[in-house]
Design a protein around this ligand. Sequence first.
Ligand SMILES: [Zn+2]
Length: 170
Amino acid sequence: MNLRQTFKDLIRRGRIIKEEDPRLRTPCEEVTVFDEKLAKQVDKLYDEIDRINKSTDDPGEMAAGLAAPQLGMMVRVFVINTESFKRALANPEISAIGKATSSYETCLSLPGRHFMVARPQTLTVKGQNVYSGMYATRRLHGRDAQMVAHEINHLNGIMLDQSAVEEVFP
Ligand SMILES: [Zn+2]
Protein backbone atom coordinates (compact mmCIF):
# COMPACT_ATOMS: atom_id res chain seq x y z
CA MET A 1 0.00 0.00 0.00
CA ASN A 2 1.49 3.36 -0.97
CA LEU A 3 1.52 6.48 1.17
CA ARG A 4 -1.38 8.09 -0.68
CA GLN A 5 -3.53 4.99 -0.14
CA THR A 6 -2.52 4.77 3.52
CA PHE A 7 -3.55 8.40 4.02
CA LYS A 8 -6.84 7.80 2.23
CA ASP A 9 -7.53 4.78 4.43
CA LEU A 10 -6.86 6.81 7.58
CA ILE A 11 -9.29 9.51 6.47
CA ARG A 12 -11.90 6.94 5.53
CA ARG A 13 -11.57 5.06 8.76
CA GLY A 14 -12.23 8.15 10.88
CA ARG A 15 -13.82 7.09 14.14
CA ILE A 16 -14.47 3.56 12.92
CA ILE A 17 -12.71 1.16 15.25
CA LYS A 18 -9.87 -1.06 14.05
CA GLU A 19 -10.09 -4.68 13.09
CA GLU A 20 -7.94 -5.76 16.07
CA ASP A 21 -10.39 -4.16 18.52
CA PRO A 22 -12.08 -6.98 20.50
CA ARG A 23 -15.38 -5.04 20.59
CA LEU A 24 -15.83 -5.95 16.91
CA ARG A 25 -15.84 -9.64 17.90
CA THR A 26 -18.28 -9.20 20.81
CA PRO A 27 -22.07 -9.62 20.52
CA CYS A 28 -24.01 -6.39 21.16
CA GLU A 29 -26.73 -5.76 23.75
CA GLU A 30 -30.42 -5.77 22.88
CA VAL A 31 -31.96 -2.27 22.82
CA THR A 32 -34.62 -1.98 25.54
CA VAL A 33 -34.93 1.81 25.96
CA PHE A 34 -35.77 4.06 23.01
CA ASP A 35 -34.59 7.39 24.33
CA GLU A 36 -32.53 10.48 23.48
CA LYS A 37 -29.30 8.59 24.10
CA LEU A 38 -30.20 6.02 21.44
CA ALA A 39 -31.23 8.79 19.01
CA LYS A 40 -27.79 10.39 19.50
CA GLN A 41 -26.06 7.07 18.79
CA VAL A 42 -28.06 6.77 15.57
CA ASP A 43 -27.07 10.36 14.64
CA LYS A 44 -23.41 9.36 15.05
CA LEU A 45 -23.88 6.48 12.61
CA TYR A 46 -25.56 8.73 10.00
CA ASP A 47 -22.88 11.43 10.50
CA GLU A 48 -20.09 8.92 9.95
CA ILE A 49 -21.68 7.62 6.73
CA ASP A 50 -22.04 11.24 5.52
CA ARG A 51 -18.46 12.05 6.42
CA ILE A 52 -17.13 9.05 4.50
CA ASN A 53 -19.27 9.76 1.46
CA LYS A 54 -18.18 13.40 1.33
CA SER A 55 -14.54 12.26 1.36
CA THR A 56 -14.78 10.39 -1.98
CA ASP A 57 -16.26 10.59 -5.48
CA ASP A 58 -15.68 6.89 -6.10
CA PRO A 59 -18.99 4.93 -5.81
CA GLY A 60 -16.95 1.87 -4.80
CA GLU A 61 -15.71 3.72 -1.72
CA MET A 62 -19.10 5.00 -0.58
CA ALA A 63 -20.44 3.78 2.76
CA ALA A 64 -23.96 2.39 2.52
CA GLY A 65 -24.22 0.75 5.92
CA LEU A 66 -22.74 0.99 9.38
CA ALA A 67 -23.31 -1.00 12.56
CA ALA A 68 -23.13 0.58 16.02
CA PRO A 69 -20.18 -1.57 17.25
CA GLN A 70 -18.05 -0.15 14.41
CA LEU A 71 -18.12 3.11 16.38
CA GLY A 72 -17.61 1.25 19.66
CA MET A 73 -21.29 1.47 20.66
CA MET A 74 -22.29 -2.02 21.83
CA VAL A 75 -26.00 -1.91 20.97
CA ARG A 76 -28.01 -3.85 18.39
CA VAL A 77 -28.50 -1.00 15.93
CA PHE A 78 -27.47 -0.49 12.33
CA VAL A 79 -28.02 2.09 9.63
CA ILE A 80 -28.47 1.19 5.97
CA ASN A 81 -28.42 3.97 3.46
CA THR A 82 -28.86 2.71 -0.11
CA GLU A 83 -31.05 4.11 -2.90
CA SER A 84 -33.81 1.63 -2.12
CA PHE A 85 -33.50 1.14 1.65
CA LYS A 86 -32.74 3.99 4.04
CA ARG A 87 -33.36 3.00 7.61
CA ALA A 88 -31.95 2.70 11.11
CA LEU A 89 -33.14 -0.49 12.82
CA ALA A 90 -32.86 -1.70 16.39
CA ASN A 91 -32.85 -5.39 17.35
CA PRO A 92 -33.03 -6.59 13.73
CA GLU A 93 -33.78 -10.25 13.03
CA ILE A 94 -33.65 -12.10 9.73
CA SER A 95 -36.26 -14.63 8.67
CA ALA A 96 -37.37 -16.27 5.41
CA ILE A 97 -33.92 -16.45 3.90
CA GLY A 98 -33.75 -17.06 0.13
CA LYS A 99 -31.14 -18.88 -1.94
CA ALA A 100 -27.56 -17.81 -1.33
CA THR A 101 -25.25 -16.38 -3.92
CA SER A 102 -21.54 -15.56 -3.74
CA SER A 103 -20.56 -11.96 -3.92
CA TYR A 104 -17.65 -9.68 -3.38
CA GLU A 105 -17.64 -7.63 -0.17
CA THR A 106 -15.55 -5.21 1.83
CA CYS A 107 -15.93 -3.78 5.34
CA LEU A 108 -14.96 -0.36 6.68
CA SER A 109 -13.54 -2.10 9.76
CA LEU A 110 -11.25 -4.24 7.57
CA PRO A 111 -9.67 -1.56 5.38
CA GLY A 112 -7.88 -2.72 2.24
CA ARG A 113 -9.20 -6.30 2.47
CA HIS A 114 -11.60 -7.98 0.02
CA PHE A 115 -13.66 -11.13 0.50
CA MET A 116 -15.97 -13.51 -1.34
CA VAL A 117 -18.97 -14.28 0.81
CA ALA A 118 -22.21 -16.26 0.38
CA ARG A 119 -25.26 -14.09 1.07
CA PRO A 120 -29.00 -14.65 0.67
CA GLN A 121 -30.46 -13.06 -2.49
CA THR A 122 -33.64 -12.29 -0.61
CA LEU A 123 -34.54 -12.10 3.06
CA THR A 124 -37.10 -10.66 5.42
CA VAL A 125 -35.82 -8.40 8.16
CA LYS A 126 -37.86 -7.48 11.20
CA GLY A 127 -36.65 -4.74 13.53
CA GLN A 128 -37.72 -1.85 15.70
CA ASN A 129 -37.93 1.82 14.76
CA VAL A 130 -35.04 3.45 16.67
CA TYR A 131 -37.20 6.40 17.75
CA SER A 132 -40.56 4.80 18.57
CA GLY A 133 -39.66 1.17 19.24
CA MET A 134 -42.42 0.11 16.82
CA TYR A 135 -41.83 -3.12 14.92
CA ALA A 136 -41.53 -3.10 11.13
CA THR A 137 -40.93 -5.91 8.65
CA ARG A 138 -39.44 -5.55 5.19
CA ARG A 139 -38.62 -7.98 2.37
CA LEU A 140 -35.28 -7.13 0.76
CA HIS A 141 -33.43 -8.26 -2.35
CA GLY A 142 -29.96 -8.11 -3.84
CA ARG A 143 -27.54 -5.63 -2.35
CA ASP A 144 -29.95 -4.51 0.37
CA ALA A 145 -30.36 -8.11 1.58
CA GLN A 146 -26.58 -8.58 1.42
CA MET A 147 -25.97 -5.45 3.48
CA VAL A 148 -28.51 -6.34 6.15
CA ALA A 149 -26.88 -9.78 6.52
CA HIS A 150 -23.46 -8.07 6.82
CA GLU A 151 -24.63 -5.55 9.44
CA ILE A 152 -26.50 -8.14 11.53
CA ASN A 153 -23.31 -10.20 11.62
CA HIS A 154 -21.57 -7.14 13.13
CA LEU A 155 -24.23 -7.01 15.87
CA ASN A 156 -23.45 -10.67 16.64
CA GLY A 157 -19.71 -9.98 16.81
CA ILE A 158 -19.03 -11.77 13.54
CA MET A 159 -16.64 -10.01 11.18
CA LEU A 160 -16.41 -10.48 7.45
CA ASP A 161 -13.11 -12.38 7.74
CA GLN A 162 -14.98 -15.04 9.80
CA SER A 163 -18.04 -15.34 7.58
CA ALA A 164 -16.31 -15.12 4.19
CA VAL A 165 -15.79 -18.07 1.87
CA GLU A 166 -12.36 -16.75 0.96
CA GLU A 167 -10.21 -13.66 1.00
CA VAL A 168 -9.56 -12.17 -2.42
CA PHE A 169 -6.25 -10.55 -3.21
CA PRO A 170 -6.81 -8.00 -5.96
ZN1 LIG B 1 -18.66 -4.24 8.00
